[in-house]
Design a protein around this ligand. Structure first.
Ligand code: CP
Ligand code: NVA
Length: 295
Protein backbone atom coordinates (compact mmCIF):
# COMPACT_ATOMS: atom_id res chain seq x y z
CA UNK A 1 0.00 0.00 0.00
CA UNK A 2 3.06 2.27 0.18
CA UNK A 3 3.34 2.13 -3.62
CA UNK A 4 1.00 3.92 -6.02
CA UNK A 5 -0.95 1.83 -8.57
CA UNK A 6 1.37 3.18 -11.30
CA UNK A 7 4.46 2.17 -9.33
CA UNK A 8 2.99 -1.29 -8.80
CA UNK A 9 2.28 -1.70 -12.53
CA UNK A 10 5.90 -0.75 -13.26
CA UNK A 11 7.11 -3.15 -10.58
CA UNK A 12 5.15 -6.05 -12.17
CA UNK A 13 6.39 -5.18 -15.68
CA UNK A 14 9.96 -5.07 -14.39
CA UNK A 15 9.46 -8.46 -12.71
CA UNK A 16 8.46 -10.00 -16.04
CA UNK A 17 11.51 -8.45 -17.70
CA UNK A 18 13.83 -9.74 -14.93
CA UNK A 19 12.26 -13.19 -15.33
CA UNK A 20 13.00 -13.37 -19.05
CA UNK A 21 16.53 -12.02 -18.55
CA UNK A 22 17.17 -14.71 -15.93
CA UNK A 23 15.72 -17.44 -18.18
CA UNK A 24 18.01 -16.28 -20.99
CA UNK A 25 21.04 -16.37 -18.70
CA UNK A 26 21.50 -12.62 -19.03
CA UNK A 27 23.18 -11.48 -15.77
CA UNK A 28 21.87 -8.39 -13.95
CA UNK A 29 23.73 -7.49 -10.76
CA UNK A 30 22.83 -3.95 -9.65
CA UNK A 31 22.91 -4.90 -5.94
CA UNK A 32 26.64 -5.62 -5.68
CA UNK A 33 27.79 -4.99 -2.08
CA UNK A 34 24.18 -4.68 -0.87
CA UNK A 35 22.93 -6.81 2.03
CA UNK A 36 19.40 -7.95 2.85
CA UNK A 37 18.71 -8.93 6.48
CA UNK A 38 15.97 -11.59 6.63
CA UNK A 39 14.26 -11.91 10.02
CA UNK A 40 12.07 -15.00 10.30
CA UNK A 41 9.93 -15.62 13.42
CA UNK A 42 7.82 -18.15 11.45
CA UNK A 43 8.67 -21.02 9.10
CA UNK A 44 9.16 -20.49 5.37
CA UNK A 45 10.23 -22.29 2.22
CA UNK A 46 9.25 -19.99 -0.68
CA UNK A 47 9.89 -16.64 0.98
CA UNK A 48 13.32 -17.53 2.27
CA UNK A 49 14.52 -19.23 -0.91
CA UNK A 50 13.16 -16.52 -3.21
CA UNK A 51 14.63 -13.60 -1.26
CA UNK A 52 17.97 -15.32 -0.71
CA UNK A 53 18.34 -16.59 -4.29
CA UNK A 54 17.07 -13.23 -5.56
CA UNK A 55 19.77 -11.31 -3.70
CA UNK A 56 22.43 -13.69 -5.03
CA UNK A 57 21.19 -13.23 -8.60
CA UNK A 58 21.19 -9.45 -8.21
CA UNK A 59 24.82 -9.53 -7.04
CA UNK A 60 24.10 -8.91 -3.34
CA UNK A 61 23.95 -11.00 -0.20
CA UNK A 62 21.23 -12.11 2.24
CA UNK A 63 21.58 -12.97 5.94
CA UNK A 64 19.07 -15.40 7.49
CA UNK A 65 18.25 -14.40 11.07
CA UNK A 66 16.10 -16.67 13.24
CA UNK A 67 15.02 -16.00 16.84
CA UNK A 68 17.00 -19.09 17.90
CA UNK A 69 20.27 -17.40 16.97
CA UNK A 70 19.74 -13.65 17.47
CA UNK A 71 19.31 -11.47 20.53
CA UNK A 72 15.80 -10.63 19.24
CA UNK A 73 14.89 -14.18 20.30
CA UNK A 74 16.28 -13.43 23.79
CA UNK A 75 14.17 -10.31 24.20
CA UNK A 76 16.33 -7.47 22.80
CA UNK A 77 13.75 -4.78 21.99
CA UNK A 78 12.63 -4.34 18.37
CA UNK A 79 13.54 -0.65 18.40
CA UNK A 80 17.12 -1.47 19.45
CA UNK A 81 17.48 -4.32 16.96
CA UNK A 82 16.08 -2.14 14.16
CA UNK A 83 18.65 0.63 14.75
CA UNK A 84 21.53 -1.84 14.89
CA UNK A 85 20.56 -4.11 11.97
CA UNK A 86 19.63 -1.21 9.69
CA UNK A 87 22.94 0.53 10.41
CA UNK A 88 24.81 -2.38 8.79
CA UNK A 89 22.50 -3.53 5.98
CA UNK A 90 20.69 -1.97 3.01
CA UNK A 91 17.22 -3.50 3.30
CA UNK A 92 15.40 -5.67 5.85
CA UNK A 93 12.73 -8.34 5.38
CA UNK A 94 10.59 -9.49 8.32
CA UNK A 95 8.22 -12.43 8.76
CA UNK A 96 6.58 -12.33 12.16
CA UNK A 97 3.31 -12.67 14.07
CA UNK A 98 2.17 -9.21 15.16
CA UNK A 99 1.95 -6.70 12.30
CA UNK A 100 2.85 -3.92 14.76
CA UNK A 101 6.33 -5.45 15.10
CA UNK A 102 7.07 -4.75 11.42
CA UNK A 103 5.73 -1.21 11.73
CA UNK A 104 7.77 -0.59 14.88
CA UNK A 105 10.89 -1.96 13.19
CA UNK A 106 10.28 0.32 10.20
CA UNK A 107 9.89 3.34 12.49
CA UNK A 108 13.38 2.80 13.89
CA UNK A 109 15.02 1.52 10.69
CA UNK A 110 17.10 3.74 8.44
CA UNK A 111 16.63 1.37 5.47
CA UNK A 112 13.49 -0.01 3.74
CA UNK A 113 11.60 -2.74 5.62
CA UNK A 114 9.66 -5.37 3.66
CA UNK A 115 6.70 -7.26 5.15
CA UNK A 116 7.35 -10.93 4.36
CA UNK A 117 4.12 -12.02 6.14
CA UNK A 118 2.47 -11.08 9.38
CA UNK A 119 -0.73 -12.33 11.02
CA UNK A 120 -2.50 -9.58 9.07
CA UNK A 121 -0.92 -9.32 5.60
CA UNK A 122 1.26 -11.07 3.00
CA UNK A 123 1.90 -8.41 0.34
CA UNK A 124 4.94 -10.03 -1.36
CA UNK A 125 2.74 -12.99 -2.25
CA UNK A 126 0.33 -10.61 -3.98
CA UNK A 127 3.09 -9.18 -6.16
CA UNK A 128 3.77 -12.71 -7.42
CA UNK A 129 0.06 -13.53 -7.75
CA UNK A 130 -0.80 -10.45 -9.77
CA UNK A 131 2.30 -11.00 -11.92
CA UNK A 132 1.11 -14.58 -12.56
CA UNK A 133 -2.38 -13.44 -13.55
CA UNK A 134 -0.95 -10.83 -15.91
CA UNK A 135 1.33 -13.44 -17.53
CA UNK A 136 -1.55 -15.86 -18.03
CA UNK A 137 -4.46 -13.58 -18.88
CA UNK A 138 -3.26 -9.99 -19.34
CA UNK A 139 -4.33 -7.08 -17.12
CA UNK A 140 -6.21 -7.98 -13.93
CA UNK A 141 -8.05 -4.64 -14.03
CA UNK A 142 -11.79 -5.25 -14.12
CA UNK A 143 -11.44 -9.02 -13.48
CA UNK A 144 -13.52 -10.81 -10.85
CA UNK A 145 -11.52 -12.69 -8.23
CA UNK A 146 -13.15 -14.96 -5.65
CA UNK A 147 -11.52 -15.59 -2.29
CA UNK A 148 -12.70 -18.84 -0.64
CA UNK A 149 -11.93 -19.77 2.98
CA UNK A 150 -10.43 -17.92 5.91
CA UNK A 151 -10.53 -14.11 6.19
CA UNK A 152 -6.81 -14.25 6.98
CA UNK A 153 -3.57 -12.46 6.07
CA UNK A 154 -3.81 -13.61 2.42
CA UNK A 155 -7.44 -12.51 2.20
CA UNK A 156 -6.47 -9.07 3.56
CA UNK A 157 -3.70 -8.73 1.00
CA UNK A 158 -6.11 -9.71 -1.81
CA UNK A 159 -8.40 -6.94 -0.47
CA UNK A 160 -5.56 -4.41 -0.65
CA UNK A 161 -4.68 -5.66 -4.13
CA UNK A 162 -8.28 -5.16 -5.32
CA UNK A 163 -7.87 -1.47 -4.52
CA UNK A 164 -4.39 -1.09 -5.95
CA UNK A 165 -4.94 -3.10 -9.15
CA UNK A 166 -8.62 -2.20 -9.66
CA UNK A 167 -10.48 -5.54 -9.74
CA UNK A 168 -13.62 -6.92 -8.07
CA UNK A 169 -13.27 -9.29 -5.13
CA UNK A 170 -15.93 -11.76 -4.01
CA UNK A 171 -15.24 -12.99 -0.48
CA UNK A 172 -16.65 -16.32 0.67
CA UNK A 173 -15.81 -16.91 4.35
CA UNK A 174 -17.83 -18.68 7.04
CA UNK A 175 -19.37 -16.62 9.86
CA UNK A 176 -16.78 -16.08 12.57
CA UNK A 177 -13.88 -16.13 10.08
CA UNK A 178 -14.57 -12.90 8.24
CA UNK A 179 -11.77 -10.49 7.25
CA UNK A 180 -11.09 -7.28 9.18
CA UNK A 181 -14.29 -5.21 9.26
CA UNK A 182 -12.56 -1.84 8.87
CA UNK A 183 -10.61 -2.99 5.83
CA UNK A 184 -13.82 -4.36 4.37
CA UNK A 185 -15.56 -1.02 4.89
CA UNK A 186 -12.68 0.78 3.17
CA UNK A 187 -13.14 -1.39 0.08
CA UNK A 188 -16.72 -0.20 -0.42
CA UNK A 189 -18.35 -1.81 -3.47
CA UNK A 190 -15.04 -3.26 -4.68
CA UNK A 191 -15.65 -6.27 -2.40
CA UNK A 192 -18.80 -8.38 -2.13
CA UNK A 193 -19.41 -10.77 0.73
CA UNK A 194 -21.15 -13.94 -0.47
CA UNK A 195 -21.07 -16.62 2.22
CA UNK A 196 -21.98 -19.42 -0.20
CA UNK A 197 -18.64 -20.41 -1.80
CA UNK A 198 -20.16 -21.83 -5.00
CA UNK A 199 -22.34 -18.80 -5.53
CA UNK A 200 -19.36 -16.52 -4.89
CA UNK A 201 -17.35 -18.34 -7.57
CA UNK A 202 -19.95 -17.93 -10.33
CA UNK A 203 -18.36 -16.46 -13.46
CA UNK A 204 -15.18 -15.42 -11.68
CA UNK A 205 -11.88 -15.21 -13.54
CA UNK A 206 -9.78 -16.44 -10.66
CA UNK A 207 -10.49 -18.57 -7.59
CA UNK A 208 -8.05 -18.28 -4.68
CA UNK A 209 -7.83 -20.10 -1.38
CA UNK A 210 -5.39 -20.75 1.48
CA UNK A 211 -5.01 -23.12 4.42
CA UNK A 212 -7.79 -23.25 7.01
CA UNK A 213 -5.36 -22.93 9.94
CA UNK A 214 -2.48 -20.50 9.45
CA UNK A 215 0.86 -20.52 11.21
CA UNK A 216 0.20 -19.91 14.90
CA UNK A 217 -3.33 -21.43 14.70
CA UNK A 218 -2.30 -25.10 14.76
CA UNK A 219 -4.31 -25.70 17.96
CA UNK A 220 -7.51 -24.71 16.13
CA UNK A 221 -7.05 -27.23 13.29
CA UNK A 222 -9.93 -29.56 14.30
CA UNK A 223 -12.36 -26.75 15.04
CA UNK A 224 -11.50 -25.09 11.73
CA UNK A 225 -11.95 -28.30 9.72
CA UNK A 226 -15.58 -28.29 10.86
CA UNK A 227 -16.10 -24.57 10.27
CA UNK A 228 -14.61 -24.67 6.74
CA UNK A 229 -16.14 -27.98 5.56
CA UNK A 230 -18.24 -26.17 2.92
CA UNK A 231 -15.31 -24.05 1.73
CA UNK A 232 -13.23 -26.60 -0.17
CA UNK A 233 -12.14 -25.63 -3.69
CA UNK A 234 -13.02 -28.74 -5.71
CA UNK A 235 -14.06 -29.44 -9.29
CA UNK A 236 -17.74 -28.69 -8.65
CA UNK A 237 -16.85 -25.28 -7.23
CA UNK A 238 -14.46 -24.56 -10.13
CA UNK A 239 -17.29 -25.49 -12.54
CA UNK A 240 -19.20 -22.41 -11.31
CA UNK A 241 -16.36 -20.10 -12.31
CA UNK A 242 -15.66 -18.83 -15.84
CA UNK A 243 -14.49 -21.66 -18.11
CA UNK A 244 -11.09 -19.94 -18.44
CA UNK A 245 -10.80 -19.29 -14.70
CA UNK A 246 -7.46 -19.81 -12.99
CA UNK A 247 -6.85 -21.31 -9.54
CA UNK A 248 -4.26 -19.87 -7.13
CA UNK A 249 -2.95 -20.87 -3.70
CA UNK A 250 0.05 -19.26 -2.00
CA UNK A 251 1.19 -22.71 -0.73
CA UNK A 252 1.87 -24.74 1.29
CA UNK A 253 -1.43 -26.52 0.44
CA UNK A 254 -3.29 -29.20 2.35
CA UNK A 255 -4.68 -31.56 -0.28
CA UNK A 256 -8.14 -32.83 0.65
CA UNK A 257 -8.80 -29.87 2.98
CA UNK A 258 -9.04 -26.42 1.40
CA UNK A 259 -8.32 -27.78 -2.11
CA UNK A 260 -8.65 -31.16 -3.79
CA UNK A 261 -5.71 -32.88 -5.48
CA UNK A 262 -7.39 -32.69 -8.91
CA UNK A 263 -7.84 -28.90 -8.74
CA UNK A 264 -4.34 -28.25 -7.32
CA UNK A 265 -2.71 -30.39 -10.02
CA UNK A 266 -5.29 -29.57 -12.73
CA UNK A 267 -5.05 -27.45 -15.88
CA UNK A 268 -6.57 -24.34 -14.26
CA UNK A 269 -4.04 -24.31 -11.43
CA UNK A 270 -1.10 -21.90 -11.69
CA UNK A 271 0.29 -22.52 -8.21
CA UNK A 272 3.78 -23.53 -9.38
CA UNK A 273 4.09 -20.44 -11.58
CA UNK A 274 2.90 -18.36 -8.59
CA UNK A 275 5.59 -19.88 -6.38
CA UNK A 276 8.37 -19.29 -8.93
CA UNK A 277 7.20 -15.74 -9.50
CA UNK A 278 7.95 -14.94 -5.87
CA UNK A 279 11.58 -14.84 -7.00
CA UNK A 280 11.02 -12.52 -9.93
CA UNK A 281 8.52 -10.19 -8.21
CA UNK A 282 10.73 -9.75 -5.14
CA UNK A 283 13.82 -9.13 -7.28
CA UNK A 284 11.83 -6.35 -8.89
CA UNK A 285 10.79 -5.08 -5.45
CA UNK A 286 14.40 -5.05 -4.22
CA UNK A 287 15.58 -3.24 -7.33
CA UNK A 288 12.74 -0.71 -6.97
CA UNK A 289 13.67 -0.03 -3.35
CA UNK A 290 17.45 0.04 -3.74
CA UNK A 291 18.22 1.17 -7.26
CA UNK A 292 15.37 3.23 -8.69
CA UNK A 293 14.35 5.16 -5.58
CA UNK A 294 10.61 5.79 -5.78
CA UNK A 295 10.72 8.91 -3.65
N1 CP B 1 3.66 -18.70 0.26
C1 CP B 1 4.64 -18.56 1.16
O1 CP B 1 4.88 -17.48 1.69
O2 CP B 1 5.35 -19.69 1.41
P1 CP B 1 6.43 -19.91 2.57
O3 CP B 1 5.69 -19.92 3.88
O4 CP B 1 7.03 -21.25 2.24
O5 CP B 1 7.44 -18.80 2.51
N1 NVA C 1 -2.15 -17.92 5.75
C1 NVA C 1 -0.92 -18.69 5.74
C2 NVA C 1 -0.04 -18.26 4.58
C3 NVA C 1 1.26 -19.03 4.48
C4 NVA C 1 2.13 -18.54 3.36
C5 NVA C 1 -0.19 -18.52 7.07
O1 NVA C 1 -0.13 -17.40 7.57
O2 NVA C 1 0.28 -19.53 7.61
Amino acid sequence: MDFTPQELDTLIQKATKLKSMWKEGDPYSPLKNKTLAMIFDKSSTRTRVSFEAGMTQLGGHAIFLSPNDTQLGRGEPVQDSARVISSMTDVVMIRTFDHATVEQFATYSQVPVINALTDDYHPCQLLADVMTYVEQRGSIKGATVTWVGDGNNMCHSWMNAARQFDFQLNIACPEGYMPNAQLLAELGDRATIIHDAKQASENSNLVVTDVWASMGQEDEQKKRELAFADYQVNSSLMAEADKDALFMHCLPAHRGEEVTEDVLEGSQSVVWQEAENRLHAQKSLLVSLLVDQID
